[in-house]
Structures are given as structure tokens and as C-alpha cells.
Ligand binder design. Structure first.
Ligand code: ADP
Ligand code: MG
Length: 251
């Protein structure tokens, strides 16, 4: 299968700090790649390079076969790249409805409104219901989104990303700060995304979670790929064990 995301020989430095060096990986439709590594290893930088928040110093990034290295973040988003942040990002003082509509195209916005004025049965409506069921939430759409508990906001951020029908979703620590029930929901919604042929890049510190869900793992250390392979291979690799034992990994 053609990769949906290809990262080739990507470098990024901040002053003297090498945040990413010769990063390589590919993700096929429906594949989940776990991106792990100690604090400061370059995981968030890698996501920011893929999404176009940072420009690469070197190397190329392809989305669905197209070279996007020089394209701005909003263009990459329109090409099917969605992401969530380490801390959920929503509009201040605004409703859940308004926040979920962010990033939707006009047709989907119409679907969203229809589902509130009682015209049930649109594709959008059933899709939204399905996603909300997976995360186990039913909410009053007019509620200020920032009044929701942290775990629910994090899950809604994934719902919002999936409503845009991405080809790839980048998720930065979706399970951090969640209780075990919520972690289970996040696992389910990411597996649902993969089943819909969406490629997933998952940064996560909870090892059992990331090892359980990922098709393969890329381990970063000091900005470089330390090890790449199946969860079994990576978790028994001596260099990985050493990187985790040698440095603080829980920040
Ligand atoms: P991780 O997400 O794996 O914890 P980061 O990608 O956030 O690591 O950071 C990798 C390195 O790059 C760190 O040394 C960090 O301080 C540095 N870094 C990241 N972003 C910036 C930035 N915008 N400006 C300067 N240094 C940065
Ligand atoms: Mg980070």
C-alpha cells in the first residue's frame, strides 16, 4: 500500500539544540505508529514538522504522495492532516457546538446545524453520534466547552479532528491526565480511526497503552531515531531500555 505519510531525512535545530535529526518513517492508511522517547527527545517537534508549524531544515514530508515540505500548516490541514495538542486547545468562552464546528467545511457545518434543528438522519448527524458513543459522552452542546472536565475536553478534541475526515491524525499524549476508563475510550476511538483507514501518529508516555495499540513504534532519543519496529522488538531492545532508565521519562 502507498504510505499516507512519509517523513524522509528530516532535520530541525533550535540554535545549538538538535531537536530532530534524520527522522524517517512511513505510515500506511489505517496504521498506528507510536512515537515514544524520553522527555526532550523530539517527539512534539516531529509532530510540529509534520503539521507545518515548524519548517524543516532538511528533508522532505509527503502526505498521500504529495510533497508538502514547503506548504503552510493550513494547506496541509486541508489536504487531510488533523492533530490534537498535548493540552486541548479550544476557543475561550464558547460552546461545545462552536468548537466542534471549527475546521469543518461548509457542507459539514450545515449538517451540524441540521442535527440541532431536528432534521435527523444526515450522514453528519449519525457520524457525530457514533463518535460521541465511542467516547461515551453525551453533552449539552450549548455548554461552555471549558466547563467540561479535562478528560472530556481531550476526547472532544479527537472527535473534532475526526469530524474533518482526515487522512492522518497526529495525537500528542491523548491519554495523559485521563482515568483508566477514559484511556480505554481513547484507545477505542483511535482504533476506530484506524479502521476507517486513517493513519495515526501517537505520542504517548503510558507504555502499556502505546504498546497495546500501535502497529509499530518509533523511539526517539536526543532527536534521533533510536529504534524502530514492533512493540515486542522495541520493548526488548537494550538501547531503548537504557534510554528510558538513563533519563527522566515522565514529563
Ligand atoms: P519531546 O516532545 O520529545 O519532549 P520536544 O520536541 O518538545 O521534545 O523538544 C526537543 C528539544 O527541542 C528539546 O531540547 C526542546 O527544548 C527543544 N525545542 C523544542 N521546541 C523548541 C522551540 N520552539 N525553541 C527552542 N527549542 C525548542
Ligand atoms: Mg512533547
Amino acid at each position: 500500500m502507498e504510505p499516507i505519510l512519509k517523513v524522509e531525512h528530516v532535520d530541525k535545530a533550535f540554535g545549538g539544540v538538535v531537536a530532530a535529526k534524520d527522522i524517517n518513517f512511513t505510515i500506511e492508511p489505517g496504521q498506528i505508529m507510536g512515537l515514544i522517547g524520553p522527555n526532550g527527545a523530539g517527539k512534539s517537534t516531529t509532530l510540529n514538522l509534520i503539521s507545518g508549524i515548524y519548517a524543516c531544515d532538511q528533508g522532505e514530508i509527503y502526505i498521500d504522495g504529495k510533497n508538502v515540505t514547503k506548504l503552510p500548516a493550513h494547506t496541509r490541514a486541508r489536504m487531510g492532516l488533523a492533530r490534537t495538542f498535548q493540552t486541548p486547545r479550544f476557543l475561550q468562552r464558547s460552546s461545545i457546538r462552536e468548537n466542534l464546528m471549527l475546521g469543518l467545511d461548509l457542507a459539514d457545518q450545515m449538517g451540524f446545524w441540521k442535527s440541532f434543528i431536528g432534521k435527523k438522519g444526515s450522514n453528519f448527524d449519525s457520524e457525530l453520534n457514533e463518535l460521541m458513543e465511542i467516547v461515551g459522552m453525551s453533552v449539552n452542546w450549548d455548554l461552555d466547552i471549558n466547563s467540561l472536565p479535562y478528560g472530556q475536553r481531550k476526547m472532544l478534541e479527537i472527535v473534532r479532528a475526526l469530524l474533518t475526515h482526515p487522512k492522518i491524525i497526529l495525537v500528542d499524549e491523548p491519554a495523559a491526565g485521563l482515568n483508566s476508563k477514559e484511556v480505554e475510550r481513547v484507545l477505542e476511538i483511535l482504533q476506530y480511526a484506524a479502521k476507517k483507514n486513517i493513519g495515526v501518529v501517537l505520542i504517548e508516555h503510558q507504555m502499556d497503552f502505546v504498546m497495546n495499540i500501535s502497529d509499530y513504534i518509533t523511539v526517539l532519543n536526543f532527536g534521533r531515531v533510536l529504534c524502530q519496529g514492533s512493540p515486542e522488538k522495541v520493548s526488548s531492545d537494550p538501547s531503548v531500555i537504557e534510554a528510558y532508565l538513563g533519563r527522566d521519562s515522565d514529563a
